[in-house]
Design a protein around this ligand. Structure first.
Ligand code: CO
Length: 497
C-alpha cells in the first residue's frame, strides 16, 4: 500500500491550525430540518450505500448571552442522514429533555452542567443545587423499535427512528429504574455466542462501585429484550465511560482517579471538575465473565493496569491465555478549570490521546502495555463484524501533527499488524469528528466499505459530511449541510430503520 499524498504532506509540517478556526464550529444549531436533501459539493454518493447514519452531539451552547462552560454540557441534538440510491436526506432534532423544554421556554439556563456550566448568579445561585440535567448528548443507537439518545449518568431517551420525535425517558421495558445510569457506550456483539447483541452497562459509584452488565437482543423476536445481566461490586470510585467485549469477557479499565464532591456541592465547580487523577497510582482492569461465555457465573478478575487515563477503547480480543485491549490513553484527566473559556484553551497544556495496547495475561495476572502510535487520536473503531475479535484495520480521528496535542483534523486508517498508515486530511482549515466505518453490502474484505465523517470547514463556515473509500481513504463525496453543527460526539449506522 502506498502512502497517500496527504501523508507526505503531513510529514512536512509541524503545526497547522488556527485556534479561532477550530473554535468557530461552536455555535447554536439554529434549525431543525425534516428530510432535507443535501448538496453534493464534490464527487458522487455511492449508490450501494443505503441506510441511516445517526449522530449525536451538543447543539445548544448559549442561552440569553450565557455560554456553557464545556461543550460536553450542551443539549443533545440528533442528526439522521438517510442514504438511498445515491442521494441523502437530513433530519435533525434536539432531544426534548425535561431541561431543554424548560430552558427553551425560560430563554436561560436553569440547571448546572456536569462539566462546569453554572446558572447565573454565582456560587449562591449554584450551591446545593445537585439536580442532574440529563442532556442526552453523547451517543445514539437503535435498540428494538426505538432510537436511544444516551447520556451515561442517567437513563436513555427514546426517539422515533424516522422522525426523531422524542417519546421520553425509557426504562427499556422495565429494565431500568427511573433515572438509573446507563452507559453511552454500548458494544455490539456480532454473534460470538449465538445471535447478535447489544452489551452495555450502568455504574453506581461511591467508595464502592456497583456495575450492572446488561445484554440485549438486537435481532429476531428478542430484539430490544434484556437477555441477561449481572451485578458486581468493586472497591473504589469508578469513572467508566467505555468498555470492550470479547466472546467471554467484558473488560473495564478503572482509572486511577478520585472524586471530591465538596466544590460541586458548594457551587464552585461542576461534578466532573471534582475528578482528579492519582498520577502515582495504577489503573485496574476489571474482567467480568459474560453470561453467554465460557466463564459464566465466575467472579470478575481484577488486575493492575498501567498509569494514565482512558475514555475510549478501540477493540479487544482473546489470544491463548491473554486478553488484548487497545485503548486511547491520556497522561491525566483533561478538565477545563472554572475561569477558563473552552474556546480559548491552550492545546499544548492538555494531554493528547495516544493509542496503546495492553496484553492482559490471565494466567499470571500481569499486564504489558506498549504504544501503537504516538500521534494524537480519538474516536477509533474497527469493522463492526470484528468487534471482540482480532481486527487488522482501524479507523480513527487524528491531529494533523505527528506528535503533541492539537485538534482532530484528519482521518487515519491504521493497519494494526504492520503499522502502515493512510490519511485523509481536512487541514489546514477543516476539522473532523468521529469517523464511522460502514461495510459494503456482501463485502468479503475487512476494509471493503466506506468511512463517513462529519467535518467543520472554517473557511466556508459550514458543516459537511465526507464519504471516503475505507480501504485507501480516497474521497468519494463531500456534502454540505444547510445548518452549522458544533464538533460532535458519537454516532452509529443502521442498514434499515
Ligand atoms: Co465516548
Amino acid at each position: 500500500m502506498t502512502k497517500s499524498l496527504a501523508n507526505a504532506r503531513l510529514e512536512s509540517v509541524t503545526s497547522t491550525f488556527d485556534k479561532a478556526d477550530w473554535a468557530s464550529a461552536y455555535c447554536n444549531v439554529e434549525k431543525e430540518l425534516t428530510n432535507c436533501p443535501l448538496e453534493v459539493l464534490k464527487g458522487e454518493i455511492p449508490r450501494e450505500l443505503n441506510g441511516v447514519l445517526y449522530r449525536n452531539g451538543p447543539g445548544r451552547l448559549e442561552r440569553g448571552g450565557q455560554w456553557i462552560h464545556h461543550p460536553f454540557d450542551g443539549d443533545g441534538m440528533i442528526c439522521a442522514f438517510n442514504f438511498k440510491n445515491g442521494s441523502v436526506n437530513l433530519t435533525n432534532k434536539f432531544v426534548r429533555t425535561k431541561a431543554w423544554q424548560e430552558e427553551e421556554k425560560a430563554g436561560k439556563f436553569l440547571y448546572r452542567g456536569v462539566f462546569g456550566s453554572q446558572k447565573k448568579g454565582g456560587i449562591i445561585a449554584n450551591a446545593f443545587d445537585v439536580r442532574l440535567k440529563n442532556i442526552a448528548n453523547t451517543h445514539v443507537v437503535k435498540l428494538g423499535s426505538d432510537l436511544l439518545a444516551l447520556w451515561e449518568a442517567s437513563s436513555p431517551h427514546a426517539l422515533d427512528p424516522t422522525t426523531l420525535e422524542t417519546k421520553g425517558i425509557t426504562t427499556l421495558k422495565g429494565t431500568l429504574h427511573p433515572g438509573e445510569a446507563f452507559s453511552a457506550h454500548p458494544r455490539f456483539d456480532p454473534g460470538h455466542n449465538g445471535g447478535r447483541r447489544m452489551v452495555t452497562f450502568g455504574v453506581k459509584t461511591g467508595p464502592k462501585s456497583t456495575l450492572r452488565l446488561m445484554e440485549f437482543g438486537i435481532e429476531g423476536e428478542k430484539s430490544g429484550e434484556l437477555i441477561n445481566e449481572r451485578k458486581d461490586m468493586f472497591n473504589g470510585f469508578a469513572f467508566l465511560h467505555d468498555f470492550a467485549i470479547t466472546p467471554n469477557w467484558a473488560i473495564f479499565l478503572q482509572n486511577a482517579i478520585s472524586f471530591n464532591p465538596l466544590p460541586f456541592l458548594i457551587g464552585q465547580k461542576g461534578a466532573a471538575q471534582c475528578l482528579s487523577s492519582q498520577l502515582n497510582r495504577h489503573s485496574k482492569f476489571w474482567l467480568i465473565p459474560r453470561e453467554s461465555g465460557l466463564f459464566a457465573g465466575n467472579r470478575p478478575k481484577i488486575i493492575n493496569g498501567p498509569k494514565g487515563f482512558v475514555f475510549h477503547h478501540l477493540n479487544a480480543w482473546e489470544e491463548n491465555q491473554e486478553v488484548i485491549l487497545d485503548s486511547i490513553y491520556y497522561q491525566d484527566f483533561p478538565s477545563i478549570e472554572p475561569k477558563q473559556d473552552f474556546r480559548e484553551i491552550n492545546f499544548d497544556s492538555i494531554p493528547e490521546g495516544i493509542l496503546k495496547r495492553s496484553k492482559i495475561n490471565l494466567s499470571t495476572n500481569t499486564v504489558t502495555t506498549n504504544t501503537l502510535s504516538k500521534q494524537c487520536c480519538e474516536f477509533g473503531m474497527v469493522n463492526p463484524c470484528l468487534e471482540g475479535m482480532p481486527a487488522r484495520y482501524s479507523w480513527m480521528a487524528v491531529s494533523e501533527i505527528k506528535s503533541g496535542n492539537a485538534p482532530l483534523q484528519a482521518i487515519k486508517k491504521l493497519d494494526l499488524i504492520n503499522k502502515e498508515e493512510v490519511f485523509w486530511s481536512a487541514a489546514p482549515r477543516g476539522f473532523v469528528g468521529e469517523p464511522l466505518f460502514v461495510s459494503r453490502p456482501n463485502s468479503k474484505k475487512e476494509d471493503d466499505g466506506w468511512v463517513l465523517c462529519m467535518i467543520w470547514n472554517s473557511k466556508t463556515n459550514s458543516t459537511g459530511l465526507v464519504i471516503l473509500e475505507a480501504e485507501n481513504l480516497t474521497e468519494q463525496a463531500i456534502l454540505k449541510l444547510p445548518i452549522k453543527i458544533p464538533h460532535g460526539l458519537h454516532g452509529s449506522w443502521v442498514d434499515s430503520i
